[in-house]
Design a protein around this ligand. Structure first.
Ligand code: C2O
Ligand code: CU
Length: 495
């Protein structure tokens, strides 16, 4: 797959050569802008640099972790799930040495960051994977404040314990909160049931379990199974997980967020799951949504929200007096919810299976989200329109973009400086959290800035992006199994 990705790039430049001169080959019109292209370094040099250098080390290794009374063998960063969070300020140069103590190659992808292309961590496209026993130094200027995260971009390694938060602070931000906590939501199988690689192999062999499929009945509802009760449709995942975790803990031994009553608490929510969307709520509290995928929005108050895989939201709550359940319910799946506890006073902890009423309250929709003025993408007619047709094939053994699996795809060419409209046409009965690397697009209806967007069953949705980050960028479904079964393509800058 990796090799074919490169071959595809080669094919594009060959086409360019037909109309250009051989001497100018790499720079002739239509040739892909490689990660090593001077344009990538030039874009990096143009980024605001705070002058501060933050160094970190990250060791990916097999390890035993305690999920809360249950010890499992998995892979993790620095021996913990999630790995230690990385905190930087916008404009800092982050230099991370990744040491690979895993038995297979790995990379780190910095999800959501519009960073320099050669540090994006996609093997075969932006960099080679790091072989076992080797290390690599990632080094880049951090472009935007917000809640991000990091994970490997090799196979289904994301579905092990390899995950960590990347928090980018903005020293200029007029912060309307007192304290903060990061909550990473995750579906867990490794060491409890099948290993992720076994699940991928099975899906590739047998396709998906069709019993949960909406089918004709839903089609007749006109909205492909989407309803107020099932906002993502009736078939939300392909994998049954034995457990769902917040910050690496089972509900019977949850993480506690401690606060003082009346304090304003910012919760940074990350859905690090491979195949599960979560419905999130805090018992006894309303959520003021302040950021979507790291970028500020006009604050909106809701009681619950859904996070697709790869999505992030920041919410602010005013802590009540007592102990409250923080829950993430696997959307459309029969499984125990993930739990954490908000505690501001002594008293009984919430039950492991607490189901706060807020879960049935006012649910955030994309229509509620408006970008804050500073991050709104100014309106402009697109210079280029691209289409991404999303389809299932072979009963879910393969997932396609524009009729092809990754490796057999045709890259989507763009030129630096263009306004690009990407129209995603979902021709399947499942939602797909579609993620664009290296960019934050404007999503309808009000232009909220996001890097990951849930495209609903049979839905067509267009997002706009400003092509200001040259290189080769993966675009894919963040259901990691869909991605690995083919649902990925490349946004390819050409020059
Ligand atoms: Cu979370 Cu390709 O990314
Ligand atoms: Cu998908």
């Amino acid at each position: 797959m990796t090799r074919r990705g490169f071959l595809r790039l080669g094919a594009v430049s060959a086409v360019a050569v037909v109309g250009g001169t051989t001497t100018a080959r790499l720079f002739s019109p239509g040739a892909p802008v490689a990660p090593t292209d001077p344009a990538v370094a030039a874009a990096e040099a143009a980024r605001h640099h705070s002058g501060r250098l933050v160094r970190r080390e990250l060791r990916a290794a097999p390890t035993n972790v305690d999920l809360g009374g249950k010890v499992v063998r998995t892979w993790a960063y620095d021996g913990s799930v999630p790995g230690p969070p990385i905190r930087v300020s916008v404009g800092d140069e982050l230099r991370v040495r990744l040491s690979n103590a895993l038995p297979e190659p790995t990379t780190v992808h910095w999800h959501g960051l519009a960073l320099r292309n050669d540090m994006d961590g996609v093997p075969g496209l932006t960099m080679p994977a790091v072989e076992p026993g080797q290390h690599v130094d990632y080094s880049f200027v951090v472009p935007h404040a917000g809640t991000y995260w990091l994970h490997p971009h090799v196979g289904v390694q994301l579905d092990t314990g390899l995950q960590a938060a990347l928090i980018v602070e903005d020293p200029q931000e007029r912060a309307d909160y007192d304290d903060e906590a990061v909550l990473i939501l995750d579906d867990w199988t490794d060491g409890l049931a099948d290993a992720p690689a076994e699940i991928l192999a099975r899906l590739g062999r047998q396709g998906m379990d069709m019993s949960g499929m909406g089918g004709m009945e839903d089609m007749e509802m006109g909205a492909a199974g989407v309803s107020p009760e099932q906002p993502l449709g009736s078939d939300t995942g392909d994998v049954t997980y034995p457990a769902h975790l917040i910050n690496g803990r089972l509900p019977r031994a949850p993480v506690t967020v401690e606060a003082r009553p009346g304090r304003r608490l910012r919760l940074r929510l990350v859905n690090a799951a491979a195949d599960t969307a979560y419905r999130f709520a805090v018992g006894g509290h309303r959520l003021t949504v302040t950021h979507a995928d790291g970028f500020p929005v006009r604050p909106v108050e809701v009681e619950t929200l859904l996070l697709g895989m790869g999505e992030r939201y920041d919410v602010v709550i005013t802590a009540g007096d007592g102990a409250f359940p923080i829950v993430a319910v696997p959307e459309g799946k029969q499984a125990p919810s993930a739990l954490a506890v908000l505690r501001t006073a002594s008293g009984r902890s919430p039950a492991a299976d607490a189901r706060p009423a807020e879960l049935d309250g006012r649910l955030l929709t994309y229509a509620d989200l408006r970008p804050s003025d500073v991050v709104a993408l100014p309106p402009r007619e697109p210079d280029r329109e691209l289409e991404l047709r999303l389809e299932m094939a072979d009963s879910g053994r393969r997932w396609l973009v524009n009729g092809a699996v990754y490796g057999e795809h045709d890259p989507l060419g763009v030129e630096a400086g263009e306004r690009v409209r990407v129209t995603m046409v979902n021709r399947s009965m499942m939602f797909h959290p579609m993620h664009v690397h290296g960019h934050t697009f404007a999503a309808p209806p009000h232009g909220v800035r996001k890097d990951t967007l849930n495209v609903l069953p049979m839905q067509t949705v267009s997002v706009d992006l400003h092509a200001d980050n040259p290189g080769q960028w993966l675009v894919h479904c963040h259901n990691i199994y869909h991605g690995e079964l083919g649902m990925m393509t490349v946004l390819s800058y050409v020059a």
